[in-house]
Design a protein around this ligand. Structure first.
Ligand code: AMP
Ligand code: ZN
Length: 470
């Protein structure tokens, strides 16, 4: 197996990946805040880290990899949504309804995108006691203080605060646009716990009835399920600061460790006209809309098509959102689908070039180029069966295991097919085989073409014509 190399945001370099314990590879990825449908920008980290999860399972064995992705079910946006959608209902009940239905929708979306379920999907509200414990430890160790009803992390107590985002503390102070809140010792100090008013959700704590700040939940859940230090922590680029910087500060200072996660990985943005797709800009398309309406390109898109469209670009590069990319991915997938038909996708093995591409910092763009090459070989004149099996194995490794029925071959493909693969040449090879009375070879060629959706008709005059099966 090739050595896995990953780009580490912490060092800004590609490094050999060496797990703390190869029998227990541990990855944490920040999950969704469940107040509304996830958009296709949110789908990117879900797909990227699922691909990494699958690769890690391949390299270390499925039972040796733990993948935790949290669900943020306590947030002021959730409270606002609950009040808006369920006016007059007790707040707790309204919040539960919002978070449950949104979390279920998110899991259904992730499944449609061909993603495996993470090993654990913990919810913030099930980990409040663990958060309180970490905050107490930070106070006890002199890294946090209580002021004006808030528990705050004191950044100046951590000499290398800002290492991940490479922001110097002085710059943050100088650049602070908002007036320094009077109760903070340093403008960069951040909230660990804040008091709740009567009509806000709250939990009892040593600092009064309140709720956690944004970052503490990930320190609590990663520690609970993976330990004080672990191998990989991931999320989108926008999480580097302040979220991940603050997670590191909390965990390292509470546990007295030099390392929270060894490798920090961040995916680039899905963009619309050069801008990050986001809820706040209003330039978003939900995963659900793409899958279940015909608003985009006049069809409902199978989740696997979005998956392939995303994986065509290396995970650290930005992607510009276009319907054209989906159309291309659709045709690619349906062609591969046909070619690989007949291979047992669960036992087929990926090619070496595929593993080399993926172990090179998850180079899915190179992986997909390899698959195009295999597809071309598999339908070329000598049609080696190994190319077809390797294509099937590669599809499985990238998470395309359920596409058989969902991405049907289309007659539109006829054009592409005759352009890419010389059908007549293949037919001639079969006619040669028939002339030589090599019936098994002749049948094999016919079956291969049938698998691609090309049906042959032997005419009385000795010619063979072909048509696309619908
Ligand atoms: P949020 O719910 O905004 O915290 O986002 C959930 C995850 O999606 C985080 O890992 C974000 O970094 C990621 N994310 C949000 N918007 C985009 C985008 N346009 N492109 C790629 N990733 C994104
Ligand atoms: Zn997080």
């Amino acid at each position: 197996m090739p050595q896995l190399r990953l780009y580490n945001t912490l060092t800004r370099a590609k490094e050999d990946f060496v797990p703390f314990d190869a029998a227990k590879v541990r990855m944490y990825v920040c999950g969704p805040t469940v107040y509304d449908f996830a958009h296709i920008g949110n789908a990117r980290p879900v797909i990227v880290f699922d691909t990494l999860y699958r690769l890690l399972r391949r390299l270390y064995g499925p039972e040796h990899v733990t993948y935790v992705r949290n669900i943020t079910d306590v947030d002021d946006k959730i409270n606002a949504r609950a009040a808006r959608d369920f006016p007059g209902q007790p707040l707790n009940e309204a919040i539960r309804r919002v978070t449950e239905s949104t979390a279920n929708q998110f899991m259904a979306d992730a499944k449609a995108l061909g993603c495996l379920e993470p090993t654990v999907q913990p919810r913030a509200t099930d980990n409040i006691a663990e958060m309180i414990e970490i905050i107490q430890s930070l106070i006890d160790r002199g890294h946090a203080y209580v002021a004006a009803g808030e528990a705050l992390f004191e950044v100046s107590t951590m000499p290398d605060y800002g290492r991940l985002s490479r922001r110097a503390l002085e710059d943050q102070q100088a650049g602070a646009r908002v007036a320094v809140e009077a109760h903070k010792r340093n403008p960069a100090d951040f909230v660990l716990w804040k008091l709740s008013s009567e009509n806000e959700p709250g939990w009892d704590s040593p600092w009064g009835r309140g709720r956690p700040g944004w970052h503490i939940e990930c320190s609590a859940m990663s520690n609970r399920y993976l330990g004080e230090t672990f191998d990989i922590h991931g999320g989108g680029l926008d999480l580097i600061f302040p979220h991940h910087e603050n997670e590191i500060a909390q965990s390292r200072c509470a546990f007295g460790r030099d390392v929270m996660a060894r490798v920090w990985m961040h995916n680039g943005f899905l963009q619309v006209e050069g801008e990050k797709m986001s809820k706040s800009l209003g330039n978003f398309i939900t995963i659900n809309e793409l899958l279940n309406t015909e608003k985009f390109g006049g069809r409902k898109w199978p989740g696997e098509v979005l998956r392939l469209a995303m994986l065509r670009t290396h995970y650290r590069q930005p992607i510009d959102w276009t319907v054209k990319a989906l159309e291309e991915a659709y045709y690619t997938l349906s062609t591969w689908n046909r070619i690989a038909t007949g291979s047992n996708i669960r036992s087929a093995q990926p090619s070496e070039a595929m593993l080399s591409a993926l172990t090179d910092d998850l180079n899915t763009a190179a992986a997909i180029a390899e698959m195009h090459g295999l597809a071309r070989r598999a339908v070329g004149t000598d049609r080696p069966a190994d190319a077809k099996h390797a294509l099937a194995g590669n599809l499985a490794l990238l998470g395309f295991t359920e596409w058989m029925s969902k991405v049907p071959f289309e007659s539109k493909l006829r054009q592409e097919l005759s352009a890419n693969f010389d059908v007549q040449k293949i037919i001639n090879a079969r006619l040669d085989a028939r002339k030589a009375r090599n019936w098994s070879e002749s049948d094999r060629i016919r079956d291969e073409l049938a698998a691609m959706g090309v049906v042959l008709k032997d005419n009385k005059d000795g010619t063979t014509t072909w048509e696309i099966k619908r």
